[in-house]
Design a protein around this ligand. Structure first.
Ligand code: KIV
Ligand code: ZN
Length: 512
């Protein structure tokens, strides 16, 4: 029987450390639920001591999940561990993940500690965490640049103190597959009792080797792979979950291993994370990039038409990429729509399904063809959004070669209808300027990006905006067949998120 490889997802912790990838608490819960639904074994929900917000979101995720283990990160000291435990204790399956750096570079320049002191801290931290939960993971930060005999000593110490998972991270993405294999082989040869724990790997992609290193590690005894959706993470990112999972599945002839991941949920999850974080997936990204299954060269197209296997090593359907044919039309019923949502990886409640269905019908009236991508956009942008102060009711923009771009906007602000008009340098500028005036927003627009979700001139356009005010920075998304409307929706979505964050900040200030 195939051996199980534990998938440890750190999108919400290491992934969220990517510049600009911050998520609010609702977004984190949404991602966590999606990860649980797709079969992730362990979800690292955050680093509770790092901020009040992180603590709260880890706690909320711990309460919300039922099947996955929920891990909270903590440095190897009592204060961090107490805070992590406090956050994860409501979880059905809580895990404390404690770490300390072990390489001489880190010991000398960062920690200013001796090796003996580090070993003492590991023993103390792991046994302290063990008093709270049986499930304790220890990570030797910068393990791949740690002198190997000392790394073995570190692993021995963590094992003796009671760690149940021991992680050997390639923190700076420095190692290469053969060297990583040697490190793991040596640990398994030198550390007595190592078979009692789960050996884990955690790779960063600075040299583009994170997936190769993780897969090699599995062949050399690792049974837990730490990864993120779309490979987001510090600097060049972490191992991409979708790449490891699909490598194991596609090359099952080489790898007698299985993961619990429902691969059909890979693509919807990738879209969810990309839309929430505002981090676009590069078109040539393996598995989930827009071009990952596109065949451009005539010779390739000819081959694929004759037999898919000529140029396709896996099918787009196997990773949940919707077939690029018409899937639903205006005559489709509620039942078929609900099934379609399920197969796209969405687990919605009755009200959410109803809302999505109404929006789908409205879109089907306007658009000849409604693609799965359109449905995904409706759900992401319109159904799973956070509570709002502002709502767009009407937008009319006049522009052209001889007209000054002018926008007339009607909005609901705190339930009251408001209408205004303004000019701009272009139609989008006019619309956004008018909205800004109406909402009296002091925010700054830092980034504006447009993407066509589906092909053709009746495609849904997807807009992402990055907005900042008083140190709070949020992403807003909007989708519509009219790109100006999509822009207005994205901007209003961001302003709603800002309002939410500001209200939360005020609440925290009042409490303290
Ligand atoms: O990269 C790293 O070493 C980490 C540890 C905290 C596991 O993220
Ligand atoms: Zn990391």
């Amino acid at each position: 029987m195939a051996e199980h490889i534990y998938i440890f997802d750190t999108t919400l912790r290491d992934g969220e450390q990517s510049p600009g990838a911050t998520m609010n608490i609702q977004e984190k819960i949404r991602v966590a639920k999606q990860l649980e639904a797709m079969g992730v074994d362990i979800i690292e929900a955050g680093f509770p001591i790092s901020s009040e917000g992180d603590y709260e979101s880890v706690r909320a995720i711990a309460k919300a999940l039922e099947r996955s283990v929920v891990a909270g990160l903590a440095r190897a000291n009592r204060e961090d561990i107490d805070r992590a435990w406090d956050a994860i204790r409501p979880a059905k399956y809580p895990r404390i993940h404690t770490f300390i750096a072990t390489s001489d570079i880190h010991l000398t320049h960062k920690l200013k500690m001796t090796r003996e002191e580090v070993l003492r801290d590991i023993a103390e931290a792991v046994s302290y965490a063990k008093k709270m939960t049986d499930d304790v993971e220890f990570s030797a930060e910068d393990a791949t640049r740690t002198e190997l005999s000392f790394l073995c000593e570190v692993v021995r110490t963590a094992l003796k103190a009671g760690a149940t998972t021991i992680n050997i991270p390639d923190t700076v993405g420095y190692t290469v597959p053969t060297e990583y294999a040697h490190i793991l082989d040596t640990i398994q040869k030198e550390v007595e009792g190592i078979e009692k724990i789960v050996l884990s790997v955690h790779c960063h992609n600075d040299l583009g080797l994170a997936t190769a290193n993780s897969v090699m590690a599995i062949q050399h005894g690792a049974r837990q792979v730490e990864c993120t959706v779309n490979g987001i993470g510090e600097r060049a990112g972490n191992t991409a979950m979708e790449e490891v999972v699909m490598a194991l599945r596609t090359r099952a002839d080489l790898f007698p291993y299985e993961t619990g991941i429902n691969t059909k949920m890979i693509y919807p999850t990738s879209r969810l994370v990309s839309q929430i974080t505002g981090m676009k997936v590069q078109p040539n990204k393996a598995i989930v990039g827009a071009n990952a299954f596109a065949h451009e060269a005539g010779i390739h197209q000819d081959g694929v038409l004759k037999e898919k296997l000529t140029y396709e090593i896996m099918t787009p359907e196997s990773v949940g990429i919707p077939k690029s044919s018409l899937v639903m039309g205006k005559h489709s019923g509620r039942h078929a729509f609900r099934d379609r949502l399920k197969s796209l990886g969405f687990d919605l409640n009755t009200d959410q399904i109803q809302k999505a269905f109404e929006l789908f019908k409205a879109l089907a009236d306007k658009k000849k063809t409604v693609y799965d991508e359109d449905i995904v956009a409706i759900v992401m942008h319109e159904v799973l959004r956070i509570p709002y102060r502002y709502r767009l009711n009407y937008l009319n923009v006049v522009s052209g070669t001889s007209a000054i771009p002018t926008a007339v906007v009607t909005m609901e602000i705190d339930g009251e209808p408001v209408r205004d008009v303004d000019f701009g340098d272009g139609p989008v500028d006019a619309a956004l300027k008018t909205i800004k005036k109406m909402t009296h927003s002091k925010s700054k627009l830092l980034r504006f990006a447009v993407n066509a979700i589906t092909g053709g001139t009746d495609a849904q356009g997807e807009v992402t905006v990055h907005v900042e005010e008083d140190g709070i920075s949020v992403m807003g998304q909007g989708a519509h067949t009219d790109i100006i409307v999509a822009s207005a929706k994205a901007y209003i979505n961001a302003l709603n998120k800002l309002e939410y964050q500001k209200a939360k900040r005020r609440e925290e200030a009042n409490q303290s």
